[in-house]
Design a protein around this ligand. Structure first.
Ligand SMILES: [Zn+2]
Length: 349
């Protein structure tokens, strides 16, 4: 029969015990992992490594795959083992019970009376990490904002940011503006008075930086946006969400097939083109014709070894970053992620 103190302890959910253990809980993510100690998902993904289930009853680490319930989290933190592995270890179970009862979440053990022998000391919870809040929005927030955006329809609408965005696209030499809408490469932010913006997006960006271009994770999920200035202003022409774009690239539909591991040789010509910035990306992504190259747009820190790993061996890669010191630096860094598997050529789009 399960002791009644365990039944009572099981009523306390994962976020509650995690906070009591001094761990950081933000937006369904927990850090650090009680099993492997990781503080973030990966080098380029700074969210907490441990996902908490929607009902708050379970957790799983995306780094080490350890999982469990709230009791297991406490067990791991206090004894290094899951609670369910501690059957018969009376000292460890007493430490866990002591921890719960000290918070009023279960009845104290009879042995905590002043005359009983002292319990093993409970180690203090680890101090909360001093990392800043993870700057990646939740994928669901990204997709719901995207779904609320307007299409960039050159045949028109009188909404000012849509008209400004269409004018911006039409003003770019060689950019086939109708294809931006056909390929769904970019959309226009909705009026924040009509659609609530997520907390990570400043409402003052509308309508100035209204053109939202999705950025993609190495496995082809929408992870964020680049925002392009469309009012003709010359300062801060492009903004990454929350000031960073690390680990997220622009990708045309053919390039997305590559990231998702489903390249289609009927539409992909077997080559990759890497260019820098939103205008170059859209210019090359909208060149008519099939089959066509997979076009990626990159920025500082956007392209990662994980993205490179999605490019099949032997693919010819044209690197068309800007012809300036920074663009040349990107070109060298990009080639280094692909050599020697894929021959890289420097081109000047
Ligand atoms: Zn872990």
């Amino acid at each position: 029969m399960t002791p009644s103190w365990l039944d009572a302890a099981r009523q306390v959910n994962v976020p509650t015990v995690a906070a009591a253990l001094g761990r950081k809980v933000a937006r369904g993510r927990l850090s650090p992992c009680p099993a492997c100690g990781a503080e973030k998902v990966g080098h380029d993904d700074r969210r907490g490594p441990v996902g908490v289930t929607l009902d708050g009853k379970g957790w799983r680490c995306h780094r080490c795959q350890a999982s469990g319930d709230a009791l297991d989290l406490v067990g791991r933190a206090l004894t290094g083992k899951r609670t369910r592995e501690l059957a018969g270890d009376h000292a460890a179970l007493a430490a866990i019970r002591d921890w719960y009862s000290a918070r009023g979440w279960c009845a104290p053990a009879p042995s905590t009376s002043p005359h009983a022998r002292p319990l093993r000391r409970v180690p203090p919870p680890p101090p909360p990490p001093s990392e800043p809040e993870p700057s990646y929005p939740e994928p669901g927030e990204v997709v719901s904002l995207w779904e609320a955006c307007s299409r960039v329809d050159p045949t028109g609408t009188d909404l000012p940011p849509v008209a400004l965005s269409v004018a911006f696209l039409l003003s770019r030499r060689h950019l086939w503006a109708p294809a931006v809408a056909d390929l769904d490469l970019a959309r226009v932010l909705p009026n924040p008075e009509a659609h609530p913006f997520p907390h990570w997006l400043p409402t003052r960006w509308w309508p100035t930086w209204a053109l939202a271009v999705p950025t993609w994770t190495p496995d082809g999920r929408m992870g964020g946006f680049r925002f392009r200035r469309v009012d003709g202003g010359r300062k801060r022409k492009e903004l990454p969400h929350l000031g960073r774009s690390g680990g997220l690239v622009l990708a045309c539909p053919v390039a997305l097939d590559l990231l998702r591991g489903t390249p289609d040789r009927a539409v992909w010509d077997g080559t990759v083109l890497l260019v820098e910035g939103v205008p170059d990306f859209m210019t090359w992504a909208t060149v008519p014709g099939v089959p066509r190259p997979a076009v990626f747009g990159i920025f500082q820190g956007a392209w990662t070894a994980e993205h490179a790993a999605r490019i099949p061996d032997g693919t010819r890669v044209a690197v068309g970053t800007h012809n300036d010191p920074q663009g040349n630096h990107y070109a060298d860094a990009l080639a280094a992620t692909l050599a020697p598997r894929c021959p890289c050529f420097r081109v000047r789009p």
